[in-house]
Design a protein around this ligand. Structure first.
Ligand code: AP5
Ligand code: MG
Ligand code: ZN
Length: 216
């Protein structure tokens, strides 16, 4: 399976990705996670990416596309992969297509998680993430058993730097302007499944599995 997860900030891409990669046993490639790891490690890429991420803007394509295509050429992606947060504009999608064509690889599914704009800000602002294992919570919709502490590993929970109301609103606007057109792009290719992301986390997952099928 070679899957793209599409959807606005706070749609539940990361939350659903965790279940999908476990069920289908494929690597989870999240450009946002890769950039955040680089920021934490203080790399040159991290320093450049941070300037854009803190403003809610897209990191330039030159810093993003090669990162993903290099990752796809690694051995563990031979069995399939799931891209979360990439592509994010038509130019990235076209560059990905060119790369995949040359590598003789075909995408199998695009899962488009749809959530109304009015819900997205509270989803992102209430998000908390485990420092140790990366598990994602929400202070209201998916609260940890003990405030500020991860259920899985007892790690400390933190809030992402770009999860404040102002930056989230900017990220949503960038999504509407630059990323949403990709739904049309992949509809034309006939590989998109639109999923209602306003249901419970479990029901969204069931709909995604129904769209992907039980095949591995
Ligand atoms: P990225 O990390 O990809 O962030 P995003 O797209 O803004 O999406 P989020 O991670 O905020 O949301 P999500 O859909 O994963 O939601 P989650 O499952 O966590 O990108 C960050 C930045 O990196 C970008 O702004 C850009 O600068 C840069 N970047 C990344 N990729 C790039 C690219 N390709 N090109 C250029 N720049 C790039 O859920 C959110 C919350 O809601 C959680 O608290 C969760 O518990 C809760 N929740 C989830 N599902 C439900 C549900 N069904 N009901 C109730 N609550 C729910
Ligand atoms: Mg995410
Ligand atoms: Zn944890």
């Amino acid at each position: 399976m070679r899957i793209i997860l599409l959807g606005p900030p706070g749609a539940g891409k990361g939350t659903q990705a965790a279940g999908i990669v476990e069920k289908y046993n494929i690597p989870h490639i999240s450009t946002g996670d890769i950039f955040r790891k680089n920021i934490k490690e203080g790399t040159d890429l991290g320093k450049k990416a941070k300037e854009y991420m803190d403003q809610g803007l897209l990191v330039p394509d030159e810093l993003t596309v090669g990162l993903v295509t290099d990752r796809i050429t690694q051995k563990d992606c031979e069995k399939g992969f799931m891209l979360d947060g990439f592509p994010r504009n038509v130019s990235q999608a076209e560059q990905l297509d060119t790369f995949l064509k040359e590598a003789n690889i075909e995408l199998t599914n695009v899962i488009n998680i749809e959530v109304d704009k009015s819900i997205l800000v509270s989803r992102a602002v209430g998000r908390r993430i485990c420092k140790s294992c990366g598990a994602t919570y929400h202070i209201e919709f998916n609260a940890p058993q003990n405030e500020g502490i991860c259920n899985v590993c007892q790690g400390e929970l933190y809030q992402r730097a770009d999860d404040n109301e102002e930056t989230v609103s900017k990220r949503i606007q960038v999504y509407l302007d630059e990323t949403k057109p990709l739904a049309d792009y992949y509809t034309k290719k006939g590989i998109i499944s639109n999923i209602n992301g306003e249901q419970s986390i479990d029901n969204v997952f069931k709909d995604i599995v129904a769209a992907l099928g039980s095949e591995k």
